[in-house]
Design a binder for this molecule. Sequence first.
Ligand code: CUA
Length: 151
Amino acid sequence: KYEKIWLVFGIGCLFVFLTIIGVSAFAKGNQPPSCLTTIDPEKVDQTPPFNKPGLVKTGDNEYQLNMVAAAFAFTPAQVEIPKGAKVTINITTKDVIHGFEVVGTNINMMVEPGYVNSFTKTFDKTGEYTILCNEYCGAGHHMMTARIKVV
Ligand code: CUA
């Protein structure tokens, strides 16, 4: 008798969780960062836009921030972003898997050789943000940081 109650409870919970995930994913557009493009990791330096990493204005208050990760640094190491700018960050790596986390924000991407990962965010508050590599990538992993300044 009790088994039946627990079974119903279990199935009920499962249903509730799946509904929550479904609504969050499709109705609210809560998708994980996605891989848009593939790239030859050995030719990152010759492939636009990564041949000139940095901030590019793409529209009214809209920017693209193209960054390259390589053991053990991000290029550019420091960027200034105007307050209120909507920035699409594109990142790729020349060597191994790195991480790309902007501390204090919801930006957290894996950077994989051969792929470009993107994330769009509007920077509403002035201040400094630290970019961290949060995937162990070798001896210099702990020093692999960069900085975003919102001015
Ligand atoms: Cu790059 Cu850890």
